[in-house]
Write a protein that binds this ligand. Structure first.
Ligand code: SAM
Ligand code: SF4
Length: 328
């Protein structure tokens, strides 16, 4: 059985972008009320007194947009300094990153994933739902800042959407040739915007690999924190190419993670909420951390049966929550 030691922590469900595939403009989302967000103190109590004792040692800060969380640098500092923390990383849209990259690094963050769905500012703005001043340059500046500060590995996440950005996969893959950047192509999943998914469908990783192979060739490779990605490399490139193929090559059976939402729900699986635990209410009503550890252990024991099976489901969509709400 897979050891489940990896917790994705959503720091906030809100976001300064409205990505078409995640929380499109006009979508009615029930945002978490401020008083229902886990406080810093509650979050740190859960990490130190519940998650670490039951075996979690690797943490990813995500959201929504994690850099919108007040005092995020301080949270990073505390989590990174815990003796048991073996790995701490963040997934961000990068918009606020440039001025924060150095302080996040100084606080102990070493690994970062930045979403970059297009190299074309117009396409990018269309994807993120932006109608004002272009935001592409700010994100690019964030990536450059993270690179010069020394984040390693620095990964760039690309959700590939037919007829939106699939024509850019070679240009995006080429970013890995001269710089030690790790571009990861993610298959579009039918959560968040099932209408767009219904209209466009998704592109299998193998199809993308074939076009890259035809252009440069591809060899198998490794990068720290592979997770569910299959990793390859353009021969001679400094960086790598990762493929996250939850639609075409369901990896639910080897899932090693759980998710903590910004309002304190512990979810055993991205798409199956069976057994989820409301840790915030438990803490606020005086349930002891000893009891919570027991509840989390019980959830860990049943996780293999709970794990959603994309393959078996036919992945038709209709999931009610978005990645931003669950903590993608
Ligand atoms: N706001 C941050 C960001 O965009 O990087 C972190 C949260 S976001 C929910 C985490 C990841 O989920 C991003 O890489 C995003 O591209 C991915 N994501 C969101 N909706 C998705 C979908 N429907 N299919 C595949 N990936 C999705
Ligand atoms: Fe925001 Fe990330 Fe969702 Fe885009 S993918 S809307 S940046 S949470």
């Amino acid at each position: 059985m897979n050891q489940v030691d990896y917790l994705r922590i959503s720091l906030v469900d809100r976001c300064n972008f409205r990505c078409q595939y995640c929380m499109p403009e006009g979508a009615e989302l029930d945002y978490i009320l401020k008083q229902n967000l886990l406080t810093d103190e509650e979050l740190l109590t859960l990490i130190q007194e519940v998650f670490i004792p039951v075996g979690f040692t690797r943490f990813r800060l995500t959201g929504g947009e994690p850099l919108l969380r007040p005092r995020v640098v301080e949270l990073v500092r505390v989590i990174a300094s815990l003796r048991e923390t073996q790995d701490l990383s963040m997934t961000t849209n990068g918009f606020l990153l440039a001025p924060m990259a150095q302080s996040l690094y100084n606080a102990g963050l070493r690994r970062i994933n930045i979403s970059l769905d297009s190299l074309d500012p117009d396409v990018f703005d269309q994807i993120i739902g932006n109608r004002g001043r272009s935001r592409w340059q700010d994100v690019w500046n964030g990536i450059q800042a993270a690179y010069s500060v020394g984040f390693d590995p620095l990964k760039l996440n690309v959700v590939v959407i037919p007829d939106v950005n699939n024509h850019e996969v070679l240009d995006l893959a080429a970013l890995t040739i001269d710089k030690q950047w790790h571009v990861r192509f993610i298959e579009f999943m039918p959560i968040g915007n099932t209408e767009l998914f219904g209209d466009r469908g998704w592109i299998a990783s193998e199809e993308i690999r074939q076009s890259i192979r035809a252009r440069w060739g591809l060899t198998e490779a490794q990068v720290r924190g592979n997770g569910p990605a299959d990793v390859f490399q353009i021969p001679g490139a400094k960086g790598t190419l990762g493929f996250i193929s939850q639609m075409s090559e369901c990896f639910c059976d080897r899932c090693n993670r759980m998710r903590l939402s910004a309002d304190g729900w512990l979810r055993p699986c991205l798409l199956n909420e069976t057994g989820q635990i409301d840790l915030k209410t438990a803490l606020r009503t005086g349930v002891s951390t000893t009891e919570l550890r027991q509840q989390v252990r019980e959830l860990l024991a049943i996780k293999p049966e709970i794990n959603f099976k994309f393959r078996d489901s036919g992945a038709t969509g209709g999931y009610t929550r978005t990645m931003s709400q669950i903590g993608g």
